[in-house]
Design a protein around this ligand. Structure first.
Ligand code: TYM
Length: 351
C-alpha cells in the first residue's frame, strides 16, 4: 500500500452535487431540507448537479411503472421549484453508468464495519429480519459516495439525516487516496443549513417527516392541494401552551418547535424572528397563518408540477440531456479511476 497523502482541497473547483430518491412522492421535508436549498445554490452561481437516484430507490422493492412515474414527478418537482435544467444538470442516476461502476470500486474500498454502523441501515432493519434486506440496502452508502465523487463534487447540500452518509463519503475518499497514494478524490463538505434541516412528522414531533411513513397525515406532499395542506396543518399535533417569546421556551415542545421551524423556512425568517412575531399567540391563531403561508408557497409549485406532468416525453428529454452533460464530466474521472486501480481499459481512449 502507498504512503498516506494529504488531499489539498484547493485543487478541486467548487461543484455541488445532491440527490433525491424517487421512492415515493416528495414531502415538505424534501422541499425545505433539500429542493428549496438546491435552488438557492443554483442562484449562487456555483456549478450544480442534481440527480433522481433511481438505483438507490430499488434497494427496497419498487413497482417498475410507479418508479418511472415517480422519477418523472421528482424531475417535475425540481423544475417547478425553480431548478433550471439549462443552468443546473438534472438527470436520473441510472442513465449515467459511471455511478454503478464507481460504486463497485467503492464497495472494495469501504469496510463491512463502516456500513454496519450506519444508523439508516440499523433503523431500516431494526426489529426486522436483516438477513432478508437486500445487499444493495447495505451497500447503499457506497453508491451515494460514488454519486458525489464521480463528479469530484466538493459540496453536498442535504438534510440532517444524510450527515452520517456524507462522513462515510469522506472516509471512502480518504481511504482511496491513501491506498493508491494519490490526491484524486476531494473530501466533500456537507452543507446542512437553514431552519428546516430536519422537518418532523405532523403527528409526532420526535419522528422525521418521511415519504415512507404509513400515515399520510404525518406529512405534506408536494402534490397536496390547498385543502389537504390546510387540513393537515389544522390537525397537526401541538400542545395547549401559547407560543413563547424566545426559542428557549420551545425546549421539550417538539411539535411546536417543528411548526415554528416550518414557518421560518417557508417565510425565509429565523425561528427566533418567528417566535418574536407570534409571542403569546395560541396555535388557534398561529396555525391559520401557517396554512396561508404554506399554501402561498407550495400551491404554485404543485400547479406547475401538474402542468409539467402532462408532457412526460419532455421530462424524459430533459433527463436525457442532463445525463449527457453529467456523463461528459463523470467519464474522464472514471477513466482515471480505472487507470489508478490498475485496470486495462484499452477499448476507450479519452486520455
Ligand atoms: P432522500 O431521498 O431520503 O431525501 C432527499 C433529501 O431530502 C432531505 N430530507 C429532509 N430534510 C429535512 N427534513 C426532512 N424530514 C427530510 N426528509 C428528507 C434529505 O436529507 C435529502 O437531502 N441518500 C439520499 C439520496 C442520495 C444523495 C446522494 C444525497 C443519494 N445519493 C448523493 C446527496 C448526495 C436520500 O435517501 O435522500
Amino acid at each position: 500500500m502507498a504512503e498516506p497523502v494529504q488531499t489539498p482541497q484547493a485543487a478541486f473547483k467548487p461543484r455541488i452535487f445532491s440527490g433525491i430518491q424517487p421512492s415515493g412522492g416528495l414531502t415538505l421535508g424534501n422541499y425545505l431540507g433539500a429542493l428549496k436549498r438546491f435552488v438557492e445554490k443554483q442562484e449562487e452561481g456555483i456549478e450544480t448537479i442534481y440527480c433522481l437516484v433511481d438505483m438507490h430507490a430499488i434497494t427496497v422493492w419498487q413497482e417498475p411503472e410507479k418508479l418511472r412515474q415517480q422519477t418523472r414527478e421528482g424531475a417535475a418537482a425540481f423544475i417547478a421549484a425553480g431548478i433550471d435544467p439549462a443552468r443546473s444538470i438534472l438527470f436520473n442516476q441510472s442513465q449515467v453508468t459511471a455511478h454503478a461502476e464507481l460504486a463497485w470500486i467503492f464497495n472494495c474500498v469501504a469496510r463491512m464495519g463502516w456500513m454496519s454502523r450506519m444508523t439508516q441501515w440499523k433503523d431500516k432493519t431494526a426489529g426486522k429480519n436483516a438477513e432478508a434486506a437486500s445487499l444493495g440496502l447495505f451497500a447503499y452508502p457506497a453508491l451515494m459516495a460514488a454519486d458525489i465523487l464521480a463528479y469530484h463534487a466538493t459540496m453536498v447540500p442535504v438534510g440532517e439525516d444524510q450527515k452520517q452518509h456524507l462522513e462515510l463519503t469522506r472516509d471512502i475518499a480518504i481511504k482511496f487516496n491513501n491506498d493508491y497514494g494519490v490526491t484524486f478524490f476531494p473530501i466533500v463538505e456537507p452543507v446542512i443549513e437553514g431552519a428546516a434541516t430536519r422537518v418532523m412528522s405532523l403527528r409526532d414531533g420526535t419522528k422525521k417527516m418521511s415519504k415512507s411513513d404509513p400515515s399520510d397525515q404525518s406529512r405534506i406532499n408536494l402534490t397536496d392541494d390547498a385543502d389537504a395542506i390546510a387540513s393537515k396543518i389544522r390537525k397537526a399535533k401541538t400542545d395547549p401552551e401559547p407560543l413563547p417569546e424566545t426559542l428557549d421556551g420551545l425546549k421539550d415542545r417538539p411539535e411546536a418547535r417543528n411548526l415554528v421551524n416550518i414557518y421560518a423556512a417557508l417565510a425565509e425568517m429565523t425561528p427566533q424572528a418567528v417566535v418574536a412575531e407570534f409571542a403569546g399567540a395560541q396555535f388557534g391563531t398561529f396555525k391559520p397563518k401557517l396554512v396561508e403561508l404554506a399554501v402561498a408557497r407550495l400551491s404554485p409549485i404543485t400547479t406547475e408540477m401538474n402542468r409539467l406532468m402532462q408532457d412526460p416525453a419532455e421530462i424524459d428529454r430533459i433527463l436525457g440531456a442532463g445525463a449527457d452533460r453529467a456523463e461528459a464530466i463523470a467519464r474522464p474521472i472514471l477513466d482515471r479511476v480505472y487507470d489508478i486501480t490498475g485496470m486495462i481499459h484499452s477499448r476507450r481512449r479519452t486520455m
